[in-house]
Design a protein around this ligand. Structure first.
Ligand code: NAI
Ligand code: 15L
Length: 270
């Protein structure tokens, strides 16, 4: 792929969400037409946009959604720990529907919003790379492992390329001490998605999504082919965070494991 390319039509899922609203604005220059979708209502279509309300669990709807697109930026889904049923509908069935539609319509590449919670049970004093075995910290993390594995299968079987972004914490500001390690600024997020869309020959790739933070849990050396160079750092927000966010008890699992408070969630079937 040409690293300056403009796509004919790009599909963005999860467009009503926190990151989807950021990407809707910032991905526009990458496509002649940006088709945005969510199960929730979104702002009306602007120039060069198509807006489609669709539940990812609706197979026929997802097949119509994907028709005519060149690449997909898949950010829709349950984004936090939850009961199994909504995760099943959005993150398991929804991702399957998406990949089947992608296969059927000949889409060449998917950028998949995975999560740091696929490896949330590594300790905060460990540093891992993109080949470390997954250690999900809950059902949400397990569902993102499913997405990563499904995308691997669709590459091996059908040659559909995917880049799985194991996003840390992408919010306007650093909200707590854990985020000094996991923070991904919005500018760095947009650059990460751009790189994942345009880098040549990504095959099936996994990359952690964090800014150039001083505290590093993740090593992206084996994902260098994506060409992502973060420019921001959480460190400039450290003084404010330390003044306003007291340290956790060191024996609290949320301060032991990379997944933070996600490792305290559950039970899941009550
Ligand atoms: P969000 O919860 O604000 O947005 C997710 C969007 O997906 C929502 O608008 C929701 O309506 C939509 N959605 C959920 N189920 C759907 C379904 N069945 N059909 C259609 N749309 C559906 O989450 P956020 O923060 O914007 O995250 C976006 C993606 O990035 C998610 O996949 C999340 O797991 C992932 N991610 C985000 C991180 C962050 O720090 N914000 C960190 C790691 C991963
Ligand atoms: C995620 O996967 C979530 O989508 C996001 O809301 C944050 O909780 C983030 O991880 C995090 O670990 O901070």
């Amino acid at each position: 792929m040409d690293t300056h390319r403009v796509f004919g039509r790009l599909l963005l899922t999860g467009a009503a969400g926190g990151l989807g609203r950021v990407l809707r604005k910032r991905l526009a220059p990458l496509a002649h037409v940006l088709r945005v979708t969510d199960k929730l209502e979104m702002d009306p279509a602007g120039p060069g946009e198509e807006v489609v309300v669709c539940d990812l669990a609706d197979k026929d709807g997802v097949h119509r959604l994907v028709e005519g697109v060149e690449a997909v930026v898949h950010f829709g889904g349950v984004s936090v720990e939850s009961k199994f049923e909504p995760i099943l509908q959005s993150n398991i069935l929804g991702v399957f529907n998406l990949y089947e539609a992608v296969r059927k319509h000949g889409v060449k590449r998917v950028v998949f919003a995975s999560s740091n919670h696929v490896t949330g049970y590594y300790r905060q004093d460990e540093r891992i790379d993109v080949e470390a075995p997954v250690r999900p910290d809950g059902l949400y993390g397990v569902s993102k492992c499913f997405g990563e594995n499904l995308s691997r299968f669709y590459f091996d079987r059908h040659g559909i390329e995917s880049v799985c972004l194991r996003i840390g914490s992408s919010f306007p500001t650093v909200k707590d001490r854990r985020m000094l390690a996991t923070f991904l600024s919005y500018d760095d997020l947009v650059e990460l998605v751009r790189c994942a869309l345009v880098a040549p020959d990504v095959g099936h790739s996994v990359i952690f999504g964090a800014s150039d933070n001083a505290v590093k849990w993740w090593d992206n050396a084996k994902a260098a082919h994506i060409g992502f160079r973060p420019r921001d750092t959480a460190e400039v927000q450290r003084a404010r965070v330390e003044a306003t966010s007291p340290p956790l008890d060191p024996s609290d699992p949320a301060s032991v494991y990379q997944g933070g408070a996600f490792v305290r969630t559950g039970p899941f079937d009550d």
